[in-house]
Design a protein around this ligand. Sequence first.
Ligand code: SF4
Length: 741
Amino acid sequence: PIQPKEKLDAVDTVCPYCGVGCALTYYVDRERGGISFAEGRDQPGSQGRLCVKGRYGWDYAASTQRLTKPLIRVESSYPKGALSQDVKAESDRDVVRKGRGEGKGEGKGKGKGGRKPGGLVPYDEVMPHFREASWEEALDLIASRLKEIHTEGGPGTIAGFGSAKCSNEEAYLFQKLIRAGFGTNNVDHCTRLCHASSVAALFEGVGSGAVSTTYGDVANADVAIITGSNATANHPVASSFFKQARRNGTKIIYVDPRSGTVADHADIFAQLKPGTDVALYNGIMHEVIRLGLIDRDFIASRTSNYDELARTVEAYPPELAAQISGVPVETIREIARLWGEAKAGVIYWGMGISQHTTGTDNARCLIAMCSITGNVGRPGTGLHPLRGQNNVQGASDAGLIPMFYPNYQPATDTATREVFERAWGTSLSPENGLTVTEVIKSILDGGVRAMYMLGENPFLSDPNINKVRKALSQLEFLVVQDIFLTETAEFADVILPASSYLEKDGTYTNTDRRVQLGRKVFDPPGEARVDWEIVQEIARRIGLDWNYESPREIFDEMVPLMPDYANLDYDNLGAGGKLYPIEDPDLTDGTVVLFDERFNTDDGLAHLVPAEWLPAKELPSEEYPFVLNTGRLLQHWHTGSMTRRSFALDAIAPRAEVYMHPDDAAALGLAEGDLARVASRRGEIVLNVKVSHREVPGNVFIPFHFREAAANLLTIDEIDPTGKIPEFKFCAVKVAPELAS
Ligand code: SF4
């Protein structure tokens, strides 16, 4: 029988999935164990709303597949990466046809009447190659091997990937360990794969990597551009604010190659060809200037480099922009007029903007769009890259970036370095570290030899994973700290059982800059430990004198080093968190709109950086005629390690599919549900066809959550030269029917 609500223990916390960071309450049945249900909680950014992931996606934490003891690799005859060859083999139609429930990876839950997820890591095959160990043995081994390699090869041989799923305090400690413990800035996390280019452009343009206003501020806009963002799937509760604003009169302009469901709620839908954003926005700015709809006072007093920008966009009349982007000339003119005449205009963007080799240029154009029309620094105006992970904003703020200390203070700046050297009591590297993609290359080149991977799964999340596999196989020593045996953990020498966010306290910062408290619901299972405690254990063993006793103590150390977080402490975050920067947390919720008087740049001006349109790196050809776009589904999260172990979510979306336009499917003789083989120059996968009017002919879309049809076998590892982000949104593929044998 279901316990009445009043008999359940209510724990107020935050959703662990996307950057919206919805506040929620878990109702916990302490007598029988487990969460009974989740309910949205009131907070300015979510107002009690939850999407399907927040409401139902918490049961993964109780999965029988949780890691509960440290593991050490035992099989020297079992080369690293041998099993991962199965990624390719598992893409074979036999496995696809088996579908959910009959894959070989059901692990400990097998035979116990539980559900049987298909496509997950085959525990039964991997586990025999590891043996259980005590924490002492595992930690001692990690410390001795990392020290040995460090002593032999120097700081550049060590790298760490932290996690945007962990708390601010854990991110801070992890980067401190790599920097202070190993003397290198080789520390990065998945921000490199989502908004690194946006952050680079924002830093250069406005002097801050965070959003200039909230998604709720859309209510004050008369025009909002939502671009490169399938917000209904990726930021569902934020998208509900967009729809609500439209009902109240805000005009929505939606720009995307895919007709995501936001398009259904838009006043104008500009379905551009993938990779043509710079041409389109230059064309719109050309027209805004031609119509005289720029804000001359704002340009004169608040920006620099306007003349050069104007000269560049002069070469992009709407006719040319239309020819390149495929958006009709009339639509470009209509957008320009609407945007130019808006009294308050705001731009929200997603990874359709950032995940290109021109990602920084794309974001530069959006900064210029807002700046030349005076649409920054007032309610209903501004720039908002919708951050992906629940704590990617916070992890970046806390310094999990190879070129920045906490609060985006440059690692190469001597004065900054001295501040951190004094604070941490050690000397630090004066050189920028390697990014995620650069680390992979460095391993292959013999540079990085050992890695500490906290909660990242690059074997599914990084581009061109055949290359990633080669790199991970080549590492001399790999530590993986996670809650499940991920695809990356198959390559590990030591695996440490960590805690899910339900099992620890900490702060998390959402896409709006809202810092909220996450609260512990349960103890970690078995011998699993809280992540910050594990990081501290390793730090002590390599000689750092760390004695933190709680996340609060870590937060207290961080905040004085992070000017943007000034005035925040554990006790004044309130029930709904606080938006930084904030003067007095006891009196206000924080600052919604930034840059009302000056930008954070040295001269206080917005720096306009013109961009020329460049085509994507790998264009369609006769042999590979389709453009592949990758992304997420509403029901799943990144590499699926959590959501594919969540019963409700996996039941709704159990398998990988390639989405294609009906005309393309028909031309290939494919119908809904048929098997298709999708191949690029780097790999191939077999998966079912999803016929979708939301795709444009010539483009296909594949979500990257599914091991058994890993989209990143196909993607290209070319990167943006500034943001170093890979081109996940564009590579050339071919599609063919996969005939049943
Ligand atoms: Fe969680 Fe994001 Fe859904 Fe909110 S919108 S419930 S934060 S996944």
